[in-house]
Design a protein around this ligand. Structure first.
Ligand SMILES: NC(=O)C1=CN([C@@H]2O[C@H](COP(=O)(O)OP(=O)(O)OC[C@H]3O[C@@H](n4cnc5c(N)ncnc54)[C@H](OP(=O)(O)O)[C@@H]3O)[C@@H](O)[C@H]2O)C=CC1
Ligand SMILES: CC(C)(CO)C(=O)C(=O)O
Length: 307
């Protein structure tokens, strides 16, 4: 079984090392300018030491024949990179290639489902942490649960499921992946924009003033989830958000870091996804709307300044 990873950044490289340590040799699909050699050395730093591994790399613009034997494509791109990148790659993949999207936020799967042409699509969420410290060097910064499940088309073949669950620590297969994805969406919707807008670490959100905003974000999320047929437990989500705030108190969220480094954020797939659903159901989500507007303003200002 050939497993390939598209998006050889922090999480993609981490999964590549985890698959390799369980005896599977993943193929990394990279940008053409990053594919200087067919086999490249990647380094993983953990608390126990450093591990160097050679992974085969394939340029994303290679001929279709090079992609024909991929059985599973794990996509670890940023949410806003998924649809464009995959739409161009899909015609080169075999009809039997299973896709697994692992990104923060939700939404790209809805645009991809009509393009699958009979392929199976699975989604996942991870609370593992990885930091990129070089082009082909990462640090494993946190452990956490990884949840995976099917969403459209044929189910993930059992053999591939087993390979993933064996390789990824604390991973589980969910018969219904949606509640897990909405749970992580709630954490990201509450923490990421507030920390990015006020340029604060996650722990600062324990203050009363932020707690009121977090309660409003979660109440709106629970309301719109109901329109989608999902009954979420408001108090349990709030408790989870506050647990993450306390466990990651000194960390900066990915959105805070994206803004500080003048990069695009994943706001469209996080609070922006809630607004997309709200528009479809003709519902107002004023708190999430205000957060999206503020992050987008910051994003535009900072990116304009960097050019
Ligand atoms: N890092 C973490 O700890 C966690 C991340 N996540 C989520 O996982 C997802 C990935 O995050 P992360 O790994 O940090 O992000 P990175 O930016 O490190 O990784 C994305 C990778 O995709 C590559 N890429 C982008 N476009 C293309 C393309 N067209 N062809 C080939 N490669 C491409 C990027 O290359 P280049 O660098 O050249 O642009 C980069 O290597 C995000 O949704 C994030 O929120 C979730 C939990 C934890
Ligand atoms: C859980 C959290 C908020 C940790 O910072 C995260 O996933 C992120 O930063 O994107």
């Amino acid at each position: 079984m050939t497993i390939a990873i598209l998006g050889a950044g922090a999480i993609g490289q981490l999964l590549a090392h985890q698959l390799a340590s369980s005896g599977c040799q993943p193929l990394l699909i990279v940008r053409p300018d990053k594919c200087c050699q067919p086999l490249q050395k990647f380094t993983l730093e953990t608390r126990d030491g450093s591990y160097c591994r050679m992974f085969p790399c394939l340029a994303i613009d290679a001929a279709a024949a090079e992609f024909s034997n991929i059985n599973l494509l794990i996509v670890t791109l940023k949410a806003y990179q998924v649809v464009n990148t995959l739409s161009a790659l899909l015609p080169k993949l075999s009809q039997h290639c299973q896709l697994l999207l692992l990104h923060n936020g939700l939404g790209p799967h809805r645009q991809l489902i009509p393009l699958l042409a009979g392929r199976g699509l699975s989604l996942g969420t991870t609370s593992q942490g990885a930091l990129r410290i070089g082009e082909r060097q990462i640090r494993h910064t946190g452990s956490g649960i990884t949840q995976l499940g099917d969403i459209a088309g044929p189910a993930m073949p059992q053999k591939l499921q087993s390979q993933l669950l064996q390789a990824i620590p604390d991973s589980e297969w969910c018969d219904d992946i949606m509640p897990a994805l909405w749970g992580k969406l709630a954490v990201n919707a509450a923490i990421n924009p507030l920390t990015a807008i006020d340029n604060i670490p996650n722990g600062a959100l324990a203050e009363k003033h932020y707690q009121q905003q977090i309660q409003a974000v979660i109440a709106e999320l629970v309301k719109i989830a109901k329109f989608e047929g999902l009954s979420l437990d408001n108090d349990a989500l709030l408790q989870r958000v506050n647990q993450v705030i306390s466990l990651t108190a000194t960390n900066y969220s990915s959105m805070q870091q994206d803004i500080q480094h003048q990069r695009l954020t994943e706001i469209d797939a996080i609070n922006g996804y809630l607004l997309q659903l709200a528009q479809q159901h003709d519902v107002e989500l004023p708190v999430n709307q205000s957060l999206v507007a503020q992050v987008k303003r910051l994003q535009t200002q900072l990116i304009r300044c960097s050019h």
